[in-house]
Write a protein of this length. Structure first.
Length: 215
């Protein structure tokens, strides 16, 4: 069924940020005596908001991270983005063919979303239609963010399709009553986990317009 609204996650779907952001996260954790591999970070942290990631790690290690941990991590991440961030391969051509209404709904803060989209030349495609988990009580895997985006855009959840690359995001979309197309083409993505969460898995952005029923 052709959707009325396509809701894009940002990191890992529009911008190839997950390997960069998680590498910086692992480096900062090491400075505070917490050992985590990049593989573990990609598995456990991808798709979650920064406050949710910090809460998960503090509970796992039974300790508090410094008060300025999130601020210094965000600053280092944005600096790394400025030197390395690129669009997800194939997304620009796919967006050119998608003629449905679109928006972005991301676990990241607005400043990070806007910087990511600006650095990759995608901001103009979504200006005024960007939603952050900071706007809702609960982030992914809860449905709040996607329901918020659909309501703000004026579309019924059942007529929305979510594009995600992480299991928490897939779970959030399913919980919102939306169709979820799960992108597993990036090196960090786990297709089996995305499918188990309820997503319809695809691995090449070139096929996305066809999956959405676009011309």
């Amino acid at each position: 069924m052709r959707p009325d609204l396509v809701i894009f996650d940002c990191d890992g779907v529009l911008v190839d940020s997950e390997p960069i952001a998680n590498r910086v996260f692992v480096e900062h954790l090491a400075r505070h005596g917490i050992a985590m591999t990049l593989r573990e970070a990609l598995r456990d942290l991808t798709g979650r908001s920064l406050p949710a990631c910090v809460a998960l790690l503090e509970a796992r290690h039974s300790r508090r991270l410094p008060e300025d941990f999130s601020d210094t991590l965000q600053a280092a991440t944005m600096l790394a983005f400025e030197g390395e961030l690129k669009p997800v391969p194939g997304i620009v051509a796919a967006l050119d063919r998608i003629d449905c209404a679109t928006c972005v709904a991301s676990s990241s803060a607005h400043a990070k979303i806007r910087l990511s989209l600006t650095l990759t030349g995608l901001l103009a495609r979504f200006e005024g239609r960007i939603f952050s988990a900071s706007e809702v009580p609960r982030g992914k895997p809860h449905p709040d963010l996607f329901l918020h985006a659909a309501a703000r855009m004026g579309h019924a959840p059942a007529r929305c399709t979510v594009i995600e690359d992480a299991a928490p995001g897939v779970e959030a979309g399913i919980a919102a009553g939306m169709t979820v197309l799960a992108f597993a083409g990036a090196a960090h993505a786990d297709g089996a986990r995305l499918a188990a969460a309820g997503g319809r898995v695809f691995r090449d952005m070139a096929v996305l317009p066809q999956l959405l029923g676009c011309r």
